[in-house]
Design a protein around this ligand. Structure first.
Ligand SMILES: [Zn+2]
Ligand SMILES: [Zn+2]
Length: 682
């Protein structure tokens, strides 16, 4: 666990204080093998602790200084907060004075969320989301053309294009995928004169609105008007559109009431009366705000009709006039695969899908469909299902007795994946004649998914999973974001493409990017933050990583340097940083950059202690403390302290001998972790 985060707010107290002690003074440290060590360390310097493995340098740095810093920090919290954090043992030391809040930056890759990436842990991704939402250019996911705003007149014209005589509900979306009971909202709407709303797909009267489950996400759309299309209703449509756009914060839904299934719309359909006149009041700031929040919280590109009819989403902001597709205006959530707004609809933001694999489903392609070529269908297909499949085969034109392997691809696809929205007519023959009925055909895989989902036992679930395979999501190709998010570009790239750039390339990209004058109002600040963070990452030698690199795959040194870059970015002062052998695994060039970063941290007004064997580090350090002389019981003392020349000249110091080339120091193969008790127990 990285302890840095919660120290930030209190750090300023230690800043620029003339009364502040110039040294950290330690008296009588006896942790582990330390032999009553007393030491004064200059504050605001880069200090290198060195010595052979087991000489006590880590015991002093981590188990004494850092442990005491952490303990004091916890002590400073309220007793309420402390009860959750537990107590830390006091290190075995007589006295420490001049200690600052301490942050330990260790070589540990554990502790990142498996979904984290370099972009998310450095917060660059958060800035990118804001940038894409506020300065991104939406393109149509279908035809790729830039999206322009739709005028009210265009929206009215689009509704008037619907077949004459069709009944249309003009709905204003006010709650989109938000949890809550929303009772206040219903009351508000009644006060504004609205009588009905569509709640989770069903039109209800607001005065008899159902009690909504608080922990479930709901969709609420106000019924602004119900109109039967004809040229004469144009003024009424215009008025309804005007009101709906106001209430829905720029978005409305024209719902075509299905002639097949009017039952669920009965309340609305039963009334051909106009809504009361007082509804025309413009929504107050309160309602608009609520609507805006709702809109940011949810929404999909195109929602399937929930009650048999069809929804047309129309927006005064974003729409492709050619394809007739409307979009909600982008919000930062649109660019988060963890948010229901931004996640890929197919894989729900996972990037992979675990689904039935046609190859596994049909182990023997010589069998016909009716002969159970699709193995997990298991039992003989009954008469009712046979007439359904026959209807499908007749609709597409193939023979169900053909061996599976010889069926055309279209037939296989139809049987497996269905026919989408297509209406298929089925014929049920019986002694009394032929009964015709119709409906969509969802396909065998949809049936199997349902069986897998509803499996009552692990045994049954495992049976279906034999036919399933994990694969890269075919919709987003592993990019996790939905089509709308992927169709927003900044500087010609979408957010996934930006995250796939290496950090050095991303830095170039943000160096050369240009914006219009209005975009710059937001983009300038955001880009400055992004550029700064990218530069810190380059400075610590991580320019080769990509922003979408998954955090758990980073090496210990890489994650340590990311933490270091974040610390430089955080700009704290008066902090004691303790680092554990940061030079490990670095090339000389990168090591120099790392040392530059450490010096920067120092120059910002911090004390930096590095536990290190590396000669280059010792040369840069302001002060070196050499622990020893030997490991274990032969160590635990300070052998020499001073600058590089002083250590090199020291007759007693083993490090001195090594620096003079008289002796070689063995570099330990394994590093010791910080004493576990030194971490707060949650
Ligand atoms: Zn288009
Ligand atoms: Zn996907």
């Amino acid at each position: 666990m990285w302890a840095g985060g919660y120290l930030a707010p209190c750090s300023r107290r230690y800043n620029l204080d003339d009364m502040e002690p110039r040294t950290i003074s330690v008296k009588g440290a006896r942790e582990h093998n330390l032999q009553n060590v007393s030491l004064a360390l200059p504050r605001g310097r880069l200090i290198c602790f060195t010595g052979v493995s087991g000489s006590g340098k880590s015991s002093f740095a981590f188990d004494t200084l850092f442990a005491e810093g952490q303990r004091r920090y916890l002590e400073s919290l309220s007793s309420y907060a402390r009860q959750f954090l537990g107590q830390l043992a006091k290190p075995d030391v007589d006295q420490i004075s001049g200690l600052s809040p301490s942050i330990c930056i260790q070589q540990k890759s554990a502790g990142w969320n498996p979904r984290s990436t370099v972009g998310t842990i450095t917060q660059i991704h958060d800035y990118l989301r804001v940038l894409f939402a506020r300065a991104g250019h939406q393109h149509c996911p279908r035809c790729g053309r830039p999206i322009s705003a739709q005028s009210r007149e265009q929206i009215v014209a689009r509704i008037l294009e619907l077949p004459s005589g069709s009944a249309v509900l003009i709905l204003a979306p006010v709650i989109r995928g938000q949890k809550g009971e929303h009772r206040d909202l219903f009351e508000d709407l009644i006060k504004q004169g609205y009588a009905r709303a569509r709640v989770d797909g069903s039109v209800v009267s607001l005065s008899e609105a159902p009690a909504l489950a608080r922990h479930v996400r709901h969709d609420i759309e106000v019924v602004v008007d119900r109109i039967t299309i004809s040229e004469s209703v144009r003024p009424r449509i215009a008025e309804a559109v005007e009101n709906a756009l106001k209430l829905g914060d720029g978005t409305l839904i024209a719902h075509i009431v299905s002639p097949d299934n009017p039952a669920r719309d009965s309340r609305a359909a039963g009334s051909s009366q106009r809504e009361p006149a007082n509804r025309r009041r413009a929504p107050g700031p309160e309602e608009s705000k609520r609507a805006a929040t709702a809109r940011r919280a949810g929404g999909k590109l195109k929602r399937s009709a929930s009650n048999g009819g069809e929804d047309i989403l129309l927006s005064s902001d974003y729409a492709c006039v050619r394809c007739g597709l409307s979009f909600e205006s982008p919000s930062p959530q649109l660019f988060s695969f963890n948010s229901p707004v931004g996640m890929c609809f197919t894989c729900e933001g996972l990037g992979t899908s675990f689904d039935f694999d046609p190859e596994l489903l049909v182990p023997n392609p010589r069998k016909s469909f009716f002969n159970l070529a699709i193995e997990p269908m298991r039992t003989r297909i009954g008469r009712w299902r046979r007439h359904i499949y026959r209807g499908v085969a007749a609709h597409v034109g193939f023979d169900l007795k053909t061996p599976w392997g010889r069926l055309p691809a279209k037939a296989k696809n139809t049987l497996l994946y269905g026919l989408g929205d297509t209406h298929v007519t089925y014929e049920w023959r019986w002694s009394g004649g032929v009964y015709r009925h119709g409906g969509p055909f969802p396909g065998v895989i949809a049936e199997l998914r349902e069986k897998h989902r509803k499996a009552g036992s692990n045994f049954v679930r495992a049976y279906y999973e034999k036919y399933m395979r994990k694969a890269v999501c075919p919709d987003c190709n592993g990019g996790r974001l939905n089509v709308q998010a992927r169709a927003v570009r900044v500087g010609g790239l979408n957010i996934n493409e930006v995250c796939a750039l290496s950090i050095v390339r991303a830095a170039e990209f943000f160096e050369n990017i240009s914006f219009t004058r209005t975009e710059r109002l937001i983009a300038d600040d955001v880009c400055r933050e992004i550029r700064g963070r990218l530069k810190f990452l380059c400075d610590v030698g991580l320019d080769y990583l990509t922003l979408d690199r998954s955090a758990p795959t980073l090496s210990g040194g890489e994650s340590q340097r990311i933490r270091l870059a974040s610390q430089i970015g955080a700009g704290l002062v008066g902090v004691l940083y303790i680092l554990d052998e940061p030079s490990i695994g670095l090339h000389a060039r990168d090591n120099q950059r790392l040392l530059d970063s450490l010096c920067r941290l120092r120059d910002m007004g911090n004390t930096v202690i590095v536990v290190e064997h590396d000669e280059q580090t010792m040369r840069v350090a302001d002060e070196i403390v050499d622990f020893g002389p030997g490991p274990g019981v032969r160590g635990g003392k300070v052998v020499a302290q001073g600058d590089f020349d002083k250590i090199m000249a020291s007759r007693r110091s083993l490090t001195g001998k090594y620096l003079r080339g008289e002796e070689e120091i063995e570099i330990p193969a394994q590093r010791r972790p910080v004493r576990p008790e030194a971490k707060a127990k949650a």
